[in-house]
Design a protein around this ligand. Structure first.
Ligand SMILES: Cc1cc2nc3c(=O)[nH]c(=O)nc-3n(C[C@H](O)[C@H](O)[C@H](O)COP(=O)(O)OP(=O)(O)OC[C@H]3O[C@@H](n4cnc5c(N)ncnc54)[C@H](O)[C@@H]3O)c2cc1C
Length: 405
């Protein structure tokens, strides 16, 4: 771990006693899962001197980290305050990574409002709290909104919440960039390659087995996203999840049209640094047996392009209510993403209570949280110390259902 990173960690988390991996005797860490979370952990581990192997059943950013809206934020949804502070720290790390690895991040803030007057009133209170907590957040009236985003029609609201610190990223490009940086530091990426078992010797992890052979491992990181069986099978611990699907439709590159993330009634969308507009559906899965059958096995893609485009068309019809120029935008990709969503909505980060050599990193908002997760997981794995600000997110906690989607 370099001096700058260590100093930052010490000030952010009041950690003591970091013992980086020794040159000549590096810790062998296998990271299972090459989504944005696994990629960030691999990068931070490799940077700190570990011998890292990343494996993925399919390939980098093939699951949630592809089918994600990729909104990086520490807004009012981050509750309680400790979680908000955690998200803020990750935003700060995103700024560092943005410059360090030239990642495709766009910082344009977000604008959000609701149709339901009661919900909108609650938002006003939530933004006031954000202001108290030091966020760049405020309610803007229609004139201010139109000045900020002249191509957006705000006629269905009097005001919207502006959160100035928010950003977005191309999550696929960022995942690949993190992995490429890890490889430069000596990491190895193997895909397709599926984790299928672990071998213990004298109570410690000795190696892991994959469908491509065995790999020596002192530690195993499960950054396996929404995989429902990984925690129980490889970490001997229960990780209750409430995984839900979402649809993301991405256009071809377009001329600059919007700067902020727009989270409006019926649609949320943003324009990436590369000009592509990303829109997410808000309705959720239609009830009924037909959809339930289609979603069995958790597909990440539609059975054919015409069905995919039909779904995208529905999403962009709503987007077009706000930005008419986008109603007929040519859609390039439509993905189904499955949210890795621990039951209480908070990340799961830390060693398994029953398998200390197996480390879990499973979370929603994994795009927002990838940088801090990578940094702190690398610290904990290499030092054997515990980062105090990870205390609320340990795998052994009691999970209570919080319905977020
Ligand atoms: C529709 C949608 C919208 C979202 N919006 C946002 C947002 O706006 N902001 C935000 O911060 N987050 C958002 N999220 C959540 C975020 O995308 C995820 O939390 C994040 O992508 C998780 O990254 P990950 O690397 O943990 O998981 P994934 O990207 O799912 O990667 C897990 C990887 O593990 C691999 N794997 C699984 N099992 C094995 C095994 N046995 N062996 C080897 N490999 C294995 C898989 O192949 C997969 O590639 C959204 C998610 C969805 C679906």
């Amino acid at each position: 771990m370099d001096r700058r990173t260590l100093l930052k960690l010490l000030s952010a988390t009041a950690l003591v006693g970091c013992a980086p991996s020794q040159p000549g005797n590096p810790l062998n860490v296998v990271v299972a899962g090459a989504g944005i979370v696994g990629a960030s952990i691999a990068y931070h581990l490799a940077k700190a001197g570990a011998q890292v192997t990343v494996i993925d059943t399919v390939g980098p950013a093939s699951h949630a980290s592809r089918g994600t809206f990729a909104w990086i934020n520490a807004t009012y949804t981050r509750q309680p305050r400790s979680y908000h502070t955690f998200a803020r720290a990750s935003l700060s790390n995103w700024h560092d990574l943005h410059t360090e690895l030239n990642l495709p991040v766009h910082w344009g803030g977000s604008l959000e409002w609701f149709a339901d007057p009661e919900r909108q009133q609650k938002l006003v209170g939530q933004i006031a709290e954000q202001l108290e907590w030091g966020e760049d957040a405020r309610m803007l009236d229609q004139t201010q909104l139109t000045e900020m985003e002249p191509n957006v029609d705000f006629s269905n609201t009097d005001q919207a919440a502006f959160s100035g610190n928010d950003g977005t990223v191309d999550p696929v490009a960022a995942t690949h960039a993190l992995l490429a940086a890890a490889v430069k530091l000596g990491a190895v990426v193997k895909a397709p390659c599926e984790l299928i078992g672990t071998t213990m010797k004298a109570g410690r992890l000795a190696s892991i087995s994959t469908n491509m052979g065995d790999i020596k491992a002192d530690r195993l990181v499960l950054a396996t996203g929404a995989n429902p069986i990984a925690a129980e099978k490889f970490a001997d611990t229960d990780l209750p999840q409430r995984t839900t699907p979402g649809v993301i439709a991405i256009t071809k590159p377009l001329p600059p049209t919007i700067n902020a993330i727009i989270a409006a009634p019926g649609a949320h969308f943003h324009q990436r640094a590369d000009g592509r507009v990303v829109a997410g559906e808000q309705q959720g899965v239609p009830a009924g047996e037909a959809h339930a059958i289609r979603l069995e096995g958790r597909p990440n893609d539609y059975p054919d392009r015409s069905i995919a485009l039909e779904h995208a068309g529905r999403i962009y019809a709503v987007v077009g209510d706000y930005v008419p120029a986008l109603a007929d935008a040519e859609v390039e990709h439509v993905y189904i993403g499955w949210r890795p969503l621990p039951l209480d909505g908070h990340p799961v980060i830390g060693a398994s209570p029953n398998r200390p050599d197996v480390y879990l990193a499973v979370m929603h908002s994994g795009v927002t949280m990838a940088p801090i997760t990578g940094q702190l997981a690398a610290y904990e794995l290499l030092s054997g110390e515990q980062a105090p600000n990870l205390a609320p997110y340990r795998p052994g906690r009691d999970f209570e259902l919080i319905k977020r989607y």
